[in-house]
Ligand binder design. Structure first.
Ligand SMILES: *[C@@H]1O[C@H](CO)[C@@H](O)[C@H](O)[C@H]1NC(C)=O
Ligand SMILES: *[C@@H]1O[C@H](CO)[C@@H](O)[C@H](O)[C@H]1NC(C)=O
Ligand SMILES: *[C@@H]1O[C@H](CO)[C@@H](O)[C@H](O)[C@H]1NC(C)=O
Ligand SMILES: *[C@@H]1O[C@H](CO)[C@@H](O)[C@H](O)[C@H]1NC(C)=O
Ligand SMILES: *[C@@H]1O[C@H](CO)[C@@H](O)[C@H](O)[C@H]1NC(C)=O
Ligand SMILES: *[C@@H]1O[C@H](CO)[C@@H](O)[C@H](O)[C@H]1NC(C)=O
Length: 757
């Protein structure tokens, strides 16, 4: 829905800004083979570019002659992420190009979206990241952030106490802002460059960058409330900003180009809080870019997407990516609704009046008045049409449904414009208990869909329904936390169901971090903070943790860092019970993967599953991709019939996701000792229901560091399976100092031939 809307806006802008002859021009990403003569791509960018240009159809010359306002046709030349380029072309020109030798594939540019659910609100409260006690603070690590840009003047990006960037840094500070880059903000680039400024006019990029590596900001506060210290996860790490998105979204051609540049610039971590839809990895731009980045030792951390709680919605799910879902903190920003019949409902709100008003006001449900579903369609959602009902809404607390194409703040504004004194925002059924604490323009709170039913029942039960809203502010200590957020995208992965995704969950609901401006008051632009939610917010937490681990263990590979994060994750909440989902019932394993990140344990994992880069070839062939498709990803000629391909579950991954029928399945895993030289690990198994898990050997004795040992694990069913079902468990290697846990997800398959009773 969102992507569709972005596409629409994009097309309209295109038509307006280009001469009519170019109106059918679209940006295409074109995949080509490496030029045969060029064995090495090093220092051959000039030759590459002429090779790419040779694909542009001849007709372009005549077209451009008739158009005096020629937009550049070859927009990006890629070097690292793939062999190919992005260019403005018509569909006919792409057809022409397909005939040229060396052409592989072309796809029209796609617009990716930011993974934030609620994008307009603010609040200044002390940031609550008490998780990590690592002493490195990410020193010496460079994190590339692909997002909406940056607010360079924000104190979160001050470089006080920051060492200069490491010598390997080759990035640029391409910007027209008066503040130059500094030792915190070491690079800024914009894609496409035509849009010039890396300044963040959306807020999203400032928020994610400060979550990853914001400096300590003492006395962070808004409107005098909640004075405290705000700080990112890796406060001594350096930030390199690649602006690839604006409020309309992010083009995949620009994202690829930014990843291409970041690889050359020398980043250690890439953080992407954005994405599109699931695609096979050979035609998924983020999977492509991340593959090349990982090959150069860069860890790529991505948001899982916000299309939860529905199944198989996870994106950015390639096994070389760290895929991050979102969960709640133990913090609420509480508000309470009390009805005239003394019933109370707990909600959340960042609205915080200086003086609270304990008065009751009449209640009004505008959906009652939306008599014509076509012309009144925005009324139940409190769109601008609500003003038509000012006569009724005046002086009342108005009940508004989430959705309808208006954001939460806009709804409050509409209620205010209609003369309302307060707003009850009611979520959709699928949002469950996930609530949003927004900075409303009037007293308002967010309640669940089932609360709405109770409220309307009360309204029907009395002639003069009344209510009041009071604000309790920040409350710490929700023992259900972390609860998987409703919006957090769920597995199983469509592109590769044999890899458990998301990998991990981290804080992503009502997260406070730096913001580009003051929402309420434009005079306070230098030290503003905001609360927003999304897997966009959980991904930067994990990018920051990865930076800490990289700093503490410079020799660890991206997959070793990822393994350390996954095998040490928490699998219980603060109540010491299984994670709950937004329905407050136990979450399925496809919601949380390996569990909730535990940074200090991740620093000392004992053993790691260090996926070897060469294993991706047999894995990709095992996905039944064609030689050409695998070749696209690997950027070399591949013949899968000469490769001993492996099933997905055989990849040396820190988790298991298998589809199990009557036939037992056996896989091997190899662990590397990064704990004590002499150590002994014993296996402990918590089998999924109806599944037997046998591990051989069951004891691993290490005598030196970096020693590798391989074990076999066999899965089989213990009973006849009648219905397809998802079950889960885990296996855990335990020494006297460490545990190394791998989650196991099993989709039980019915027998092929149905029983005849
Ligand atoms: C930087 O460039 C942007 C876009 O071209 C422009 O809007 C902005 O005013 C420029 N800022 C400065 C300080 O020149
Ligand atoms: C809205 O509905 C109420 C209750 O049905 C009714 O009294 C009122 O006249 C309606 N107002 C408008 C503007 O339709
Ligand atoms: C904005 O902030 C200034 C200075 O703190 C204050 O005087 C003014 O009343 C504020 N305006 C609004 C609309 O809150
Ligand atoms: C948590 O639960 C487990 C198993 O139910 C139990 O063994 C453990 O002692 C509990 N931990 C705490 C801190 O209560
Ligand atoms: C690939 O094809 C083989 C043989 O047809 C099949 O057994 C296997 O399940 C396929 N793998 C995937 C991931 O589709
Ligand atoms: C791939 O290898 C197989 C087996 O060696 C061979 O028959 C086939 O021709 C090769 N394909 C290509 C495109 O080289």
């Amino acid at each position: 829905m969102k992507i569709l809307k972005f596409f629409l806006v994009f097309t309209i802008l295109g038509c307006l800004s280009w001469p009519s002859i170019e109106s059918e021009l679209k940006m295409y990403i074109v995949h080509v083979e490496s030029p045969e003569s060029q064995i090495s791509t090093q220092s051959l960018s000039g030759d590459l570019e002429s090779w790419y240009e040779s694909f542009l159809p001849n007709t372009i010359a005549s077209t451009s002659a008739s158009s005096n306002e020629e937009a550049p046709r070859l927009v990006y030349s890629y070097r690292n992420v793939m062999k190919g380029f992005a260019a403005r072309l018509t569909a006919e020109q792409v057809k022409e190009m397909e005939k040229k030798p060396g052409f592989i594939a072309a796809w029209p540019e796609r617009i990716l979206s930011l993974h934030t659910t609620h994008s307009s609100s603010f609040l200044g409260l002390q940031q609550n990241i008490g998780l990590w006690k690592n002493s490195n603070y990410g020193k010496g690590v460079i994190i590339g952030v692909l997002d909406t840009g940056i607010s360079p003047d924000h104190p979160s990006f001050s470089d006080e106490g920051m060492p200069p960037p490491p010598a390997k840094w080759k990035g640029k500070c391409e910007s027209n802002f008066t503040t130059k880059c500094n030792n915190k903000l070491i690079g800024t680039r914009t894609f496409p460059q035509a849009n010039g400024s890396p300044i963040d006019d959306n807020g999203h990029g400032t928020h994610t960058a400060s979550t990853i590596a914001g400096s300590f900001v003492k006395g962070a506060n808004v409107f005098g409330n909640a004075i405290g210290t705000a700080v990112g996860i890796a406060p001594l790490a350096h930030l390199a900003i690649y602006k690839v998105c604006d409020s309309f979204g992010c083009s995949d051609s620009g994202v690829l180009s930014a990843m291409d540049a970041a690889i050359d610039d020398g980043v250690d971590i890439l953080s992407l809080s954005l994405g599109g839809t699931t695609n096979p990895f050979h035609s998924d731009p983020i999977a492509l870019g991340a593959y090349s980045a990982t090959q150069r030792g860069i860890l790529v951390s991505c948001s899982a997407g916000n299309n939860g709680p529905f199944e198989s919605t996870v994106v950015n799910e390639a096994p070389w990516i760290l895929t991050v879902g979102a969960s709640t903190l133990d913090r609420k920003i509480k508000a309470t609704l009390r009805l005239g019949n003394k019933e109370e409902f707990e909600g959340e709100s960042a609205f915080h009046p200086k003086v609270s008003n304990n008065k009751f006001f009449p209640l009004f449900d505008p959906s009652e008045n939306a008599t014509d579903p076509d012309s009144d369609s925005d009324i139940p959602f409190c769109g601008p049409g609500l003003t038509e009902l000012s006569a009724v809404a005046k002086g009342k607390i108005v009940l508004c449904e989430v959705g309808g194409g208006f954001n939460r703040i806009e709804k409050g504004q509409a209620v205010k414009n209609a003369g309302g004194v307060g707003m009850i925002l009611t979520n959709r059924p699928q949002d469950g208990s996930t609530k949003s604490a927004d900075a409303h323009v009037l007293p308002a709170l967010d309640v669940t869909s089932s609360d709405r039913n109770s409220i309307t029942d009360y309204m029907k039960s009395t002639k003069n329904p009344v209510a009041r809203i009071t604000f309790q502010g920040t409350i710490i200590g929700d023992k259900n936390a972390p609860v998987v957020a409703a919006f957090s995208a769920r597995g199983p992965s469509i592109a590769s169901p044999g890899i458990l995704k998301p990998d991990i969950i981290g804080p992503g609901v009502n997260i406070l971090a730096a913001w580009h401006n003051s929402v309420e008051n434009k005079t306070n632009t230098k030290s503003t903070f905001n609360i927003i939610s999304g897997t966009s917010m959980s991904c930067p937490h994990l990018s920051g943790v990865a930076a800490l681990l990289k700093s503490a263990h410079p020799t660890w590979s991206p997959s070793a860092i990822k393994s350390a994060i996954m095998t040490t994750a928490d699998i219980v909440n603060l109540n010491n019970e299984s994670f709950l989902s937004e329905t407050l019932t136990p979450a399925r394993i496809f919601a949380y993967g390996a569990g909730h990140v535990n940074p200090s344990r991740a620093n000392d994992p004992g053993l790691v599953y260090d996926t070897q880069f060469k294993d991706y070839l047999p894995y990709l062939c095992g996905l039944n991709y064609s030689n050409r498709e695998v070749g696209n990803l690997l950027q070399r000629k591949v013949n899968c019939s000469k490769v001993k391909s492996i099933p997905e579950a055989q990849l040396n991954y820190p988790s298991f996701s298998i589809s199990l029928g009557e036939k037992p399945q056996t896989y091997t895993r190899t662990v590397t000792n990064v704990g004590e030289a002499k150590s002994t690990y014993r296996v402990e198994i918590v089998s999924p229901r109806m599944v037997s898990v046998v591990v051989k050997p069951s004891i691993l004795k290490f005598s030196k560091l970096n020693q590798k040992m391989t074990y076999r694990v066999t899965f089989s069913t213990t009973t006849e399976i009648r219905n397809m079902e998802v079950v889960h468990g885990y296996m855990k290697w335990t020494s006297n100092k460490h545990f190394v846990r791998s989650p196991i997800a099993v989709v039980l398959q019915e027998p092929e031939t149905p029983d005849i009773d």
